[in-house]
Ligand binder design. Structure first.
Ligand code: 5AD
Ligand code: SF4
Length: 430
């Protein structure tokens, strides 16, 4: 979602006549888009800002003015901290209000020296004010839903992105058509809890994600559809049917489990047990036997015992994830779990994370190695790190690197996989 927001911020600035600076020292405006999900992500902002202050001072010595702005969830949660710890920041605006950037920048141009902070939860939808979303390549993000009402006890998102809202069906379809007309082949629908999408149609009737996927699949020229991130308790049979019936829907689903222990899931306020999660997975695999699953995991949630952690390890093996993100529990001020008494020692969290990641990485490597010899459709995204190389994504989101010309970029090509590593596959265009 932050990548999407950053793209939209770039669109706003481009409309205002800004162009991307070659180096940070050349930039008249420096903007940080920020994440508050874990402490590490938020602290990164403050260390980055320290570096930027030096650049701002160096530019000032040359008579150059620099505007520094912070956008995103850190602003929503720590606006006072920003002006206290980094008084040279000119403005700070939340993830729902960045559409007001033109106004904010005009205000700054009139009156320098005071930090403008905008952390409203606006009544209007930012999507009604953002410039038209045009394709910047073969795959595009399309935000259809924002915010979350689930209030998992560890999570800051409902407090930073606000309550759940869904964009109207027509707006989403029109945006998707525009993305396809301007070169998109793949659309990844985004939302914090994307499968609880309930956008209104033109008659005012609320429609589901499954309905939307069926409509989008009809768009000629669109070749691939994805959606992320889903909440296990909101996976409906209708949505599972999409995985059975829609050829354009990629056989890959990110479905966070967080923990394999029912006791911990309950303490996390997740509305599902590990058994219910497995039932959903079974149905998905029945609908499309080729489906690959990924997940998010948190280790060391307050009260997690060795047995609870073992239950997570058991689920990892049972589901046989092909990819996953895993994190140490991070206390977020203002969330219920932050003040739970039975916090887990950092050393234990670290040990458990290593054990979990060893297992997840070995499963990922096995899956990637099993791809060797297969012919896989790859949507190429850009040049690779080495000269003459390009990279793209398989249906399972694996990075695929091949030798090939730039004419393949933003195109889908059939690739024979010749090598499978931990983080990428290599192959030959057929
Ligand atoms: N600590 C650690 N991980 C967290 N996540 C969300 N909040 C926290 C936290 N306080 C993880 C969850 C979520 C992913 C986006 O980030 O696994 O699915
Ligand atoms: Fe956070 Fe996701 Fe839970 Fe919502 S469903 S509170 S975004 S972890």
């Amino acid at each position: 979602m932050n990548v999407y927001d950053s793209g939209r911020i770039a669109d706003i600035l481009e409309n205002m006549g800004y162009i991307a600076a070659e180096t940070i020292q050349d930039a008249d405006l420096i903007l940080f888009n920020t994440c508050h999900i874990r402490e590490k992500a938020a602290e990164k902002l403050f260390s980055d800002l320290g570096r930027i202050e030096i650049i701002k001072n160096e530019r000032a010595e040359k008579g150059l003015d620099t505007t520094i702005g912070v956008v995103g969830c850190v602003v929503q949660a720590e606006d006072e901290q920003i002006s206290k710890r980094a008084p040279y920041v000119d403005f700070a605006t939340g993830p729902l209000t960045y559409y007001r950037l033109p106004e904010i920048l005009q205000k700054i141009a009139r009156k320098k020296g005071e930090c403008i902070i905008d952390t409203d939860f606006p009544a209007e939808s930012k999507f009604d004010y953002l410039p038209q979303n045009k394709a910047k390549g073969g795959c595009s993000y399309l935000a259809i839903q924002e915010g979350c009402n689930n209030f998992c006890t560890y999570c800051i998102v409902p407090y930073t992105r606000g309550v759940e809202t869904s964009r109207p069906i027509e707006d989403v379809i029109n945006e998707a058509k525009r993305l396809v007309e301007t070169g998109t082949l793949e659309i990844n629908l985004l939302g914090q809890n994307v499968n609880s999408y309930h956008g209104e149609d033109s008659a005012g009737k609320e429609r589901s994600l499954a309905y939307l996927l069926n409509k989008l699949a009809e768009i000629e020229g669109l070749q691939r559809l994805r959606y992320t991130t889903s909440y296990p308790a909101d996976v409906t049979d209708e949505l599972i049917d999409c995985h059975r019936n829609l050829k354009k829907l990629m056989p890959y689903l990110h479905l966070p489990l967080q923990s394999g222990s029912d006791k911990i899931l309950k303490a996390m306020n997740r509305r599902h047990t590990s058994g219910q999660y497995l039932e959903v997975i079974e149905k998905l695999k029945e609908a499309n036997p080729d489906i690959g699953l990924s997940s998010d995991f948190i280790v060391g949630f307050p009260g997690e015992t060795d047995e609870d952690f073992q239950a997570t390890m058991d689920m990892v093996k049972k589901v046989n994830y092909i990819q996953a993100f895993s994190f140490k529990y991070s206390r977020r001020a203002g969330t219920p779990a932050a003040i739970y008494p039975n916090q887990v020692d950092e050393k234990i969290k670290k040990e458990r994370l290593e054990i979990l990641q060893d297992q997840l990485f070995s499963q990922q490597l096995r899956f990637n190695k099993d791809c060797v010899g297969k012919i896989v459709p790859v949507l190429f995204e850009s040049k690779g790190r080495k000269n003459g190389e390009i990279f793209g994504r398989s249906p399972y989101m694996q990075t695929v690197v091949v030798k090939g010309g730039d004419d393949n970029i933003n195109q889908i090509r059939q690739v024979e996989i010749i090598k499978g590593g931990m983080n990428s596959l290599s192959g030959i265009i057929k």
